[in-house]
Design a protein around this ligand. Structure first.
Ligand SMILES: Nc1ncnc2c1ncn2[C@@H]1O[C@H](COP(=O)(O)OP(=O)(O)O)[C@@H](O)[C@H]1O
Ligand SMILES: [Mg+2]
Length: 249
């Protein structure tokens, strides 16, 4: 489904600020894999997701999505197949547009006709139905400006926007880290729901080791630009989260 082969990425090469962010990453995701990613600050987790999404090109290596070589495909072309959420809920949603306008833009992504014509009643019903899945009352606030929502509500909307046209791959970069514990828990539950429902393949970076081990079916541990551990579901059950702290040093 996703195949990463020998990925390398340095920032500011040849200067005193040179940072090697990816130092030879090989990873294969099978269809339906929901992989959580942990590792210390600066381990290369965000860089890995950025490389997959096309925020920059890697220095070396290959990225294959469903057999297609996307290594040098620009980010805007990948965005039709790859959904992405960030820590900051304001990335991915437009604050001055309403909930339904945001959803209409997301639903039209990748389509040939890109402008938003007026939202039809059947579209509105569809948005309402999708939002009601989250049980946050958002389905009754379709014409509310997104800037008025709480961080958790906004991240829920961003999650729906990223998946309303099911992507081949969903990338989540600490998307619950900026939320209060209750909202973080809620968004995490919704994430599992959305991934299961759509049979999506996903990579989720988290600082919460407990969440990393209870969500999805596989966990990778990153450090110094490499994948240090790749734990299957049964391996995750036999490893104590505490023993992983060694990788954070
Ligand atoms: N845009 C950038 N410019 C310069 N250095 C960067 C940039 N992005 C990441 N880095 C560096 O690359 C390394 C990996 O960063 P990052 O992928 O953000 O780590 P993580 O998400 O695991 O905390 C760090 O040393 C970081 O300082
Ligand atoms: Mg990061």
């Amino acid at each position: 489904m996703l195949k990463l082969q020998g990925l390398y990425k340095s920032f500011h090469p040849g200067t005193v600020n040179e940072r090697t962010a990816l130092a030879g990453v090989d990873l294969t995701l099978n269809p339906g894999d929901f992989v959580t990613v942990i590792g210390s600050n600066g381990a290369g987790k965000s860089t890995l997701l950025g490389a997959i999404a096309g925020s920059f090109y890697v220095d070396r290596g290959r990225i294959l999505l469903d057999g297609e070589d996307i290594t040098y495909q620009p980010a805007y072309r990948r965005s039709g197949q790859i959904g992405r959420l960030f820590q900051d809920p304001s990335q991915g949603t437009a604050p001055n547009l309403t909930i339904e306008e945001n959803l209409a833009i997301a639903a039209g992504r990748g389509a040939k006709r890109r402008w938003i014509s007026s939202i039809t009643p059947s579209q509105r019903d569809f948005f309402r139905e999708e939002l009601s899945l989250f049980e946050m009352g958002l389905e009754n606030r379709l014409t509310c400006k997104v800037g008025q929502l709480s961080g958790g509500q906004r991240q829920a909307l961003a999650l729906l926007m990223a998946t309303i046209r099911p992507p081949k791959l969903l990338l989540l970069d600490e998307h619950t880290a900026a939320l209060d514990p209750a909202a973080a828990q809620k968004v995490l539950e919704m994430t599992q729901l959305v991934v299961q429902r759509g049979h999506l393949t996903a990579l989720m970076v988290t600082h919460n080791i407990q969440a990393a081990f209870s969500v999805g079916n596989r966990t990778i541990v990153m450090g110094e630009g490499k994948i240090l551990k790749d734990l299957t579901q049964s391996q995750r059950q036999s490893v104590s989260p505490g023993s992983l702290l060694a990788y954070y040093v």
